[in-house]
Design a protein around this ligand. Structure first.
Ligand SMILES: [Zn+2]
Length: 292
């Protein structure tokens, strides 16, 4: 019989660090903060395509630069230019390769905030959660200041994620790295990526109540805003439409009392010009993290 491969639970570093995997990542990394292998994985993750997208900074390069002592943490990526002359002397490098890498590193400072959040490698925070945090808080300082309650008040952010964020942003070692990133000019702000597509819903105010099947409430809000509409938290005479999903709350009865037009999900999708998805309509929205 074939022997089944069992993935080791602990890292080879001998520091008794458990091997874990970041959301959206293939590679495992060691949980021990002083693990030399963890450092490689974290820098690789930081530089990866969906994070800071630093071209030329793959696994082999990170491994070499950590081994030679040029990289000590994710912030030290932005100190590499100080070693330009030494890097050029390395085997299989040379001026062109070094300058291309340094240019890619410089370029990565402009990445939008959600890529930085994802790149920091915070437990339970995958790409989806990073985008939600960036969109909601607009800059890194607001996220760093947020309490567990502030964080869990966001529809998609659960307890585990909130606790992980608070733990990360109160860890002196992480804060030191973040302050270095700031000093090196890494962008901490979310630029407006969600451009208004059209003005189809301009002048209209919407109130959402209950659960929609085809999208989360934040997604519905984003769609309305993309089309020029506004979303309000309470029903008033100024409300144009109340969109009612399953198990609507008191906003539904408020709408009835005030005679506000109520749309069901299908009518809402029709209004925004989206077809009701046929196949996976009953599926719940995808979770934000593959971790755990
Ligand atoms: Zn380890």
């Amino acid at each position: 019989d074939a022997v089944e491969f069992v993935f080791p639970e602990y890292c080879e570093c001998g520091l008794q660090g458990r091997l874990v995997r970041l959301p959206g990542e293939v590679a495992y990394f060691c949980e021990h903060p002083e693990c030399p292998w963890q450092l490689r994985r974290r820098i690789e993750h930081f530089a990866s395509r969906n994070a800071m997208d630093i071209e030329g900074m793959g696994e082999k390069v990170v491994d070499q630069l950590v081994t030679l002592g040029f990289l000590k943490n994710i912030a030290s990526v932005y100190e590499l230019h100080q070693f330009r002359d030494k890097l050029i002397e390395l085997e299989r490098w040379g001026e062109k390769k070094v300058d291309n890498l340094l240019e890619a590193i410089e370029e990565s400072k402009k990445r939008p905030l959600h890529r930085l959040i994802f790149g920091l490698g915070i437990r339970f925070i995958g790409e989806g959660a990073a985008k939600i945090l960036a969109k909601h808080f607009k800059n890194l300082d607001n996220i760093m200041k947020a309490s567990k309650e502030d964080l869990t008040s966001i529809y998609e952010i659960g307890e585990k994620m909130a606790e992980s964020l608070v733990r990360f942003f109160t860890d002196p070692k992480e804060l030191e790295i973040i302050e270095k990133l700031r000093a090196y000019g890494v962008n901490f702000e979310e630029k407006e990526e969600f451009v208004t597509i059209g003005k189809k819903l301009e002048g209209l105010t919407f109130v959402l109540t209950g659960e929609l099947q085809s999208m989360t409430r934040n997604e519905a809000k984003a769609k309305i805003e993309q089309l020029g509409g506004k979303v309000s938290g309470s029903v008033s005479k100024k409300t144009s439409f109340v969109i009612a999903g399953a198990n609507p709350g008191s906003k539904y009865s408020d709408a009835v009392k005030l005679g506000i037009k109520i749309l069901n999900e299908e009518e809402f999708l029709e209004l925004i010009g989206e077809e009701k998805p046929k196949d996976n309509f009953a599926n719940k929205p995808e979770s934000n993290t593959l971790f755990d």
